[in-house]
Write a protein that binds this ligand. Structure first.
Ligand SMILES: C[S@@+](CC[C@H](N)C(=O)[O-])C[C@H]1O[C@@H](n2cnc3c(N)ncnc32)[C@H](O)[C@@H]1O
Length: 305
C-alpha cells in the first residue's frame, strides 16, 4: 500500500478551513505549519475581492495525506470551494511508499531550533533560517529526529563545546543526527556506529543529504571486534553515546578505549535516578559531571583522565 502527500501554501485564515475540508473529503491526516514564521506579507493572490490591499497576513503550509487512489484534483477543488477560496490553490504531491507508519507520524515534526546557529530541518520543510547551520534530516525508521530531550541535550553539548577539528565517535547513531551535526559544527572526522543496520543505512543517506564529505564521515554496524582493535584505541576527541543506562554501563570499556587522554565522553538516555550509577562506572576513567537535564533526562559529560 502507498499514500500521496499533498502540500500547498495558503494564508493562515484559509489553512484551517482547507484542512477541515480535506479531512471531510478523506484525508488520513493533515498538518498546518507556519511557513513564514516571524514574517508577514501584504496582500496575496488569495485575497477576497474587496479586501484592503494593505491587510497583513502570514503564510501557512498545509500537508495532507491521502490514500494513493484518491482523486486529488477533485478534492482540491471541493476543499477550495468549502474554504471560500476564489481559485483552487497550487499544490504539489509526493508519493509515500509503504515503509512504516513511523515515517508518516514523523512527517508531523517541524524544524527544531537547537541554538541561535543550529537547526534540525526535516526534508519536507524549508529551513526557517537559511543563514543558520541547517541539518537536513529524514530519520526514516531510525531514532533521532532531534525532538527527543536526550538528542537535544547531546546536540546542545556539541554546539557549545566543539571547537573544530575534532575526531568524534557517535555510538548508537540512529539517524546519524549527532555525527552529522558534529561534522557541520566543524569536526574533522565523525564515525557513527549502531547495532541496527537500518539505522546505519539511514545515517548514510542523511550524510549524503547534508553533502557531508565521504572522507570526513563513516558509519558502521556495531561489531565489538572493530572497537577492540588496538589501532582504533584512544583516537576520539569526543565520544557521544545517547543509548540507555544499561547498555551505556555495558559499553563503558569500549567507549573508554576509544577516547584519547583529555578527550570528552558525553552520555545521554539516562534518567535522573540512573545518573549516579552510570557516572560511578565511568568515573574510574573520566572526571564525570552532570552537564544538562531536560524533562527528567540527564546528560553526563566527562574528561578522560
Ligand atoms: C536513543 S537512540 C539515539 C539515536 C541518536 N544518536 C540520537 O541521539 O537521537 C539509540 C540508538 O542506539 C542504538 N543502540 C542500542 N544499543 C546499542 C549497542 N549496544 N551498540 C550500538 N548501538 C546501539 C539503537 O539501535 C539506536 O539507534
Amino acid at each position: 500500500m502507498s499514500w500521496i502527500s499533498l502540500t500547498l501554501e495558503t494564508d493562515d485564515t484559509h489553512a484551517e478551513a482547507l484542512s477541515d475540508a480535506m479531512l471531510e473529503l478523506g484525508a488520513l491526516s493533515t498538518d498546518i505549519h507556519d511557513a513564514a514564521a516571524g514574517t508577514e506579507r501584504e496582500q496575496s493572490l488569495f485575497d477576497e475581492p474587496g479586501e484592503s490591499a494593505g491587510e497583513i497576513w502570514s503564510v501557512s503550509e498545509l500537508t495532507a495525506l491521502f490514500e494513493a487512489d484518491a482523486d486529488i484534483t477533485s478534492i482540491v477543488q471541493a476543499a477550495a470551494q468549502a474554504a471560500q477560496l476564489p481559485i483552487p490553490p497550487v499544490y504539489h504531491l509526493t508519493h509515500v511508499e509503504e515503509q512504516d507508519w513511523v515515517r508518516i507520524t514523523q512527517s508531523q515534526f517541524d524544524p527544531i531550533q537547537i541554538s541561535s546557529r543550529l537547526w534540525i530541518v526535516p526534508t519536507w520543510h524549508r529551513a526557517p533560517d537559511p543563514a543558520a547551520i541547517n541539518l537536513t534530516l529524514d530519520p526514516g525508521l531510525a531514532f533521532g529526529t532531534g525532538s527527543h530531550p536526550t538528542t537535544k541535550l547531546c546536540l546542545a553539548w556539541l554546539d557549545e563545546n566543539l571547537q573544530g577539528g575534532e575526531d568524534v565517535l557517535d555510538y548508537g547513531c540512529g539517524s546519524g543526527i549527532l555525527a552529522i551535526a558534529a561534522s557541520k559544527l566543524g569536526a574533522h572526522h565523525a564515525v557513527g556506529v549502531d547495532i541496527d543496520a537500518q539505522a546505519v543505512a539511514a545515517s548514510r543517506e542523511n550524510a549524503m543529504l547534508n553533502q557531508c564529505d565521504e572522507t570526513e564521515m563513516e558509519f558502521h554496524t556495531a561489531h565489538f571486534a572493530t572497537w577492540t582493535d588496538p589501532a582504533r584505541e584512544a583516537w576520539a576527541d569526543v565520544v557521544v553515546a545517547n543509548i540507555l543506562a544499561n547498555p551505556l554501563i555495558m559499553l563503558a570499556p569500549i567507549l573508554m578505549r576509544a577516547t584519547r587522554q583529555g578527550g570528552h565522553i558525553v552520555l545521554s538516555g539516562i534518567l535522573m535516578e540512573q545518573a549516579e550509577e552510570v557516572s560511578h562506572v565511568y568515573q574510574q576513567w573520566f572526571n564525570m559531571h552532570i552537564a544538562g537535564v531536560r524533562e527528567g533526562w540527564v546528560l553526563l559529560a566527562g574528561t578522560r583522565k
